[in-house]
Design a protein around this ligand. Structure first.
Ligand SMILES: [Zn+2]
Length: 232
């Protein structure tokens, strides 16, 4: 195996490690809760809070209404008991009963309105819970898939790093250093294949003489992009 061929094999490993690492980052990012899931959770939380608020409000209003009704009933019982004979007191009682009647009517309206709002809040809470359950199930299924892929990727990257180490060990340290420096500058491609008479690194023509020298096993650089040519 020529030196350039060894470097080319190393570059293939590096490319694969880079691709698997990029995918691993995607796979990790994909396991974060999605915007859709966060929105569904938020909707459910709001629905639960609203429902509890209206349950409390409805209960308070209903108790208020019942208290007014009891008060009115007591006043009526007293009015018709025959025990009150004083005309002033009788008139006051009648007045009180009328006043309570108006308050009860208003209170009943409030209870009814609160009940309607409470029913709406219950409907929304049920819908929000169902929507969240659906989105959460889909997300969990996705995360389960991604976790499997994550484990596979981690194992593959680990193996590739081992391969890379073995490949690098077989290469002259100066050549390795040159390759690594060039790869950094050339977007990971330090070694460029040649097809027909074209450098695949920059798509420009390589002279026949350079191709010939490269085929003889010499280290030859592309005159245009500076990559090491691998003429196969
Ligand atoms: Zn080139």
């Amino acid at each position: 195996m020529t030196q350039v061929h060894q470097l080319y094999k190393l570059q293939e490993t590096d490319t694969e490690i880079r691709e698997k690492t990029r995918r691993l980052r995607e796979v990790l990012a994909g396991q974060q809760p999605s915007a859709e899931l966060l929105a569904a959770r938020e909707r459910r939380n709001t629905a639960v809070t609203t429902l509890h608020e209206w349950q409390t409000k409805h209960k308070t209003l209903r108790l208020e209404m019942e208290s007014l009704r009891r008060e009115a009933k007591n006043a009526e019982t007293r009015l018709y008991s025959g025990k009150v004979t004083n005309p002033k007191e009788l008139a006051d009682l009648q007045h009180k009963i009328e006043s309570l009647g108006r308050r009860i009517e208003k209170s009943e309206e409030q209870v009814l309105e609160a009940m309607i709002t409470l029913e709406d809040a219950e409907t929304e809470e049920t819908a929000a819970a169902a929507s969240l359950a659906e989105i959460e199930a889909a997300w969990e299924a996705k995360v389960t898939h991604l976790k499997v892929e994550q484990d596979e990727l981690a194992l593959t990257i680990h193996k590739l790093n081992g391969v890379r180490q073995a490949q690098a060990k077989a290469i002259d340290p100066r050549d390795l250093k040159e390759y690594e420096t060039l790869a950094k500058k050339k977007n990971g491609m330090a070694i460029a294949r040649v097809r027909a008479d074209t450098c695949l690194g920059c798509r420009l023509t390589v002279s026949a003489n350079k191709i010939k020298e490269a085929r003889e096993g010499k280290k030859v650089y592309c005159g245009s992009c500076g990559r090491i040519l691998y003429p196969y």
